[in-house]
Design a binder for this molecule. Structure first.
Ligand code: ATP
Length: 533
């Protein structure tokens, strides 16, 4: 057998009491697409960080084409033909594609950047690997899928032969995701090895050659994708099938250093477990949330939302679909009181939303690190943030309440005192959901609730959102996963260029109809008695 392109041998990594990787062996062949899957906190990101020189392992080593490497930094990794595309792109919006690709390794001519040479080599590279990118385009003008291609080009320009993709489709539309995987197969055919970290098992099975499953920092399964089902992977990931899943996630294995079990949580901190009759709204308003002819301008004075009207009843989940930048962000900003509208109104239970952050709206932002959490503050403080009772409680009670939420929402963390930045991505997301779902508000606005979240937790989060609806809350759900909108929403709205291009009952929200509305096709279907303009 040939020497693997890259091999991780006996990798162990501890953070305090947490063993994030525990004797992990993983070999990737040349030209292979190798997926790494596992629950939130299973140790996937840690393993990739070690391979990319971001963390030194406590034990074990990395071989590249059979040679042992000492990786002290990403620069070392890049020098040995490793490249990584992070979830958050590291591109300069004001610069061109070619300038971004060559940045730090520029072709120079008489002491200045040789732009023509940069463009030529970027165009050659794009052509060789079949990547559709215009080297002269400005990054700021490009859609997310194209920006990701630029990140991949950047790695290839630095001669990456092993490419690590960390949840690459989290930010992509379904069409862009399909394009990415076509490209990944082309790269593999050219001999590039791809390590793919993802929670989407259908992607793994469609685009991967082999899969390694991690659980509690250890390898619990190795599969060729051929002949393997999603259920086989799930069983290796969580030790059971999803079909027989209890509603709450299993206790974490001892190696992840989870918190001790908390006492019974106080009733005020949880989502009501059973469906209730929607409560009557004060003043008899039929809607919990009403948006009337809303217009919002962005910083440059351009209309970001151009006259949008819709309403959400108690006990209803309304989904919002649309390609990024269609005005969803601005719409949500006004609804949560984070931005002022140019004109129009937003009413909660018949009363206008306040100018500042309105306490009647619980909000789960899509931008976890930037908006949803204070990364340097403890998990406990993040869980209680915005809860005015927090000021009246001593630190012991704050930790007690936080521990109750940790237990209830199966958040895996070494301690509620540790900074939230130390949690795995999916566990940080669960913490934000725990905080917002446990607030007793009439309206819940949720963006991308399961982004970066493992399959078991996805199920749990969906059940929690359904419970919030059944308790009579009005839920507005923005998601780029059409399957998620279909699973949860009663109606799906589509935004395109700041306007609603569809308002469909879920039974009519097919991929084709949503896709057409997302690209601006007309033929808007509106439920009787309501207008969207
Ligand atoms: N810098 C750090 N300090 C302390 N603990 C950490 C640090 N980085 C990771 N951990 C812990 O190591 C464990 C593995 O985390 P890791 O991020 O590798 O998981 P993951 O499989 O990538 O999860 P996710 O799917 O949620 O992104 C978790 O328990 C996490 O809290």
């Amino acid at each position: 057998m040939s020497v693997p392109a890259v091999e991780l041998v006996g990798i162990t990594k501890r953070f305090g009491d947490v063993t994030a990787n525990d004797g992990v062996d993983l070999a990737v062949e040349r030209g292979e697409v190798h997926a790494v899957v596992g629950e939130n906190g299973a140790g996937k990101s840690t393993l990739m960080s070690i391979l990319y020189g971001l963390h030194p392992p406590d034990a074990g080593h990395v071989l590249r084409a059979g040679t042992r490497l000492r990786l002290r930094s990403p620069a070392d990794a890049i020098a040995h033909g490793l490249g990584m595309v992070h979830q958050r792109f590291r591109l300069f919006p004001g610069l061109s594609v070619a300038e971004n690709v060559v940045l730090g390794a520029e072709p120079m001519r008489r002491g200045v950047l040789d732009r023509a040479a940069a463009r030529r080599s970027v165009a050659d590279l794009a052509e060789r690997y079949g990547l559709d990118v215009d080297p002269g385009a400005r990054i700021g003008d490009l859609p997310v899928g194209t920006r990701q291609r630029v990140e991949i080009l950047k790695a290839l320009y630095r001669r990456a032969e092993v490419l690590i993709l960390d949840e690459p489709t989290a930010v992509l539309t379904p069409g862009e995701a399909a394009g990415l995987f076509r490209m990944v197969r082309e790269l593999a055919a050219e001999g590039v090895s791809v390590l793919l970290v993802t929670h989407k098992l259908d992607e793994v099975l469609a685009a991967g050659d082999r899969v390694t499953v991690l659980r509690g920092g250890r390898v619990t399964g190795r599969f060729p994708t051929a002949g393997t089902s999603a259920d086989d992977l799930v069983r290796a990931m969580i030790g059971r099938s999803l079909a027989t899943a209890p509603t709450t996630a299993k206790k974490p294995p001892a190696t992840t250093g989870a918190l001790p079990t908390a006492k019974k949580p106080p009733a005020t901190t949880g989502v009501p477990p059973t469906a209730k009759k929607p409560p009557a709204i004060a003043g008899g308003a039929p809607y919990r949330l009403e948006v009337r002819d809303l217009r919002v301008r962005d910083r440059d004075g351009v209309a970001a939302v151009g006259g949008v009207s819709f309403s959400v009843r108690p006990g209803e989940i309304v989904g919002i679909a649309g390609v990024a930048g269609s005005g969803q962000r601005e719409l949500v900003d006004v609804m949560t009181g984070l931005r002022r509208a140019h004109s129009g109104t937003v009413l909660l239970d018949g009363r206008p939303v306040g100018g500042a952050r309105d306490r009647r709206v619980a909000y789960v932002p899509g931008d976890r690190a930037g908006r949803a959490t204070a990364p340097d503050m403890s998990l406990a403080d993040n869980l209680l943030m915005g809860d005015q009772r927090g000021f009246l409680l001593g630190p012991g009670r704050v930790r007690g309440r936080a521990a109750a939420l940790v237990e209830r929402f199966s958040i895996r963390a070494a301690s509620v005192r540790a900074p939230i930045a130390q949690l795995s991505g999916g566990n940080a997301q669960k913490a934000v959901l725990a905080r917002e779902l446990s607030r007793d508000t009439p309206v819940l606005v949720v963006e991308e609730p399961t982004q970066g979240v493992d399959v078991g937790a996805q199920e749990q989060i969906h059940a929690l959102l359904a419970a919030a609806r059944d308790a009579g809350r009005a839920v507005l759900l923005q998601s780029s996963e059409l399957s998620e909108l279909r699973a949860l929403a009663d109606r799906v709205l589509v935004m395109f260029e700041g306007r609603l291009t569809a308002d469909l009952p879920v039974a009519e929200a097919t991929d084709e109809r949503l896709g057409a509305a997302m690209t601006g096709a007309t033929g808007v279907r509106r439920p009787a008695g309501e207008s969207t303009e």
